[in-house]
Unconditional design. Structure first.
Length: 285
């Protein structure tokens, strides 16, 4: 049996249609949702992602502003721009594309963003709020994964979930969200002894390692839900995930592809957070 494919493009299209309606209603009442994106340096992958984000905004009727800085930009200039955007009531979301050049202190840049406009959910205060179950912007990639699971009615209460990867932007918030939804969560990483022991008992396996085709079919429990968060560019220019799709799909029950899986959902959740932020700001006036 081969797994069913969880199509992130199709789910994104549906959700983005709903977001476009919300954005249009807000615009009609005088608050067009607006996302500001800051890109430092010329990393080609970052440029592609930022282009996808700006195009996604456009299509949903969300205004986007793009600010580009050279690789050797001064952190003070970028922090000055963030301060300006924080103070601008017409801007509802601020995203600083990561990774930043090495001479930047990533943490201090993320911390400079107003938590009301932190649509990435990377600010330490938003992370803390999320961990305590308070209202917060949820990081887009793990939030997109949760939406994918919800769309398929994957039952999480009591489920065994295994997350491979412990990054601040995917692994850790993913584990928090799955825990909050009632799953029993195991977070694996490069120091994990006998990784296969863990992955083979997962009802839900989330791969966020950053290594192409790392998760193979023999690591998957028959019928499991396999979520591939990886975006790796192969030498031939093709995109591939952290999961060896060909072998894993023969074992899994449900699997996300790359491209066309979690990636588009990440952008959809960014648009959702931006609309949400605009809605909150419209309610205040
Ligand atoms: N502050 C910040 N926020 C982010 O959300 C953020 C970031 N920095 N830095 C980099 C990662 C990566 N990321 C992706 C978003 C969409 C796709 C995406 O749309 N992928 C398409 C294919 C795109 C392609 O062809 O390259 C797909 O999987 O189908 C991929 C990756 C957001 N990130």
């Amino acid at each position: 049996m081969t797994a069913r494919i969880l199509d992130g493009n199709a789910l994104s299209a549906k959700l983005r249609g709903e977001l476009a309606e919300k954005a249009a209603a807000l615009t009609a009442r005088g608050t067009q949702p607006c996302l500001a994106v800051i890109l430092v340096g010329g990393d080609p992958a970052s440029a592609v992602y930022v282009r996808n984000k700006v195009a996604g905004c456009e299509k949903a009727g969300i205004k986007s502003l793009k600010f580009e800085y050279p690789q050797d930009a001064s952190p003070a200039d970028v922090l000055g721009k963030i301060a300006e955007l924080n103070a601008d009531p017409a801007v509802h979301g601020i995203l600083v594309q990561l990774p930043l050049p090495k001479h930047f202190d990533e943490k201090s840049v993320l911390e400079a963003i107003s938590i009301q406009k932190d649509v990435d959910g990377f600010h330490a205060e938003n992370v803390g709020r999320l961990s305590q179950g308070q209202e917060a912007f949820v990081p887009c990639t793990p939030n997109g994964v949760m939406e994918m699971l919800k769309s398929e009615n994957v039952s999480l209460r009591g489920a065994e979930a295994v997350v491979i990867g412990r990054s601040n932007i995917v692994g850790k918030p993913m584990a928090m969200l799955l825990t909050a939804a009632g799953a029993t969560v195991t977070v694996c990483h490069s120091g994990t002894r006998d990784l296969n022991f863990h992955t083979r008992r997962a009802d839900i396996l989330v791969a966020a390692i950053g290594k192409p085709k790392f998760v193979t079919g023999d690591m998957v429990m028959p019928g499991a839900v396999v979520i591939d968060v990886g975006i790796n560019r192969l030498p031939d220019g093709k995109l591939c995930g952290d999961v060896d799709f060909e072998s894993a799909k023969e074992v899994a029950g449900l699997i996300t592809p790359v491209p066309g899986g979690v990636g588009p959902m990440t952008i959809t959740m960014l648009l959702a957070n931006t609309v949400e932020s605009a809605q909150r700001s419209a309610q205040k006036t």
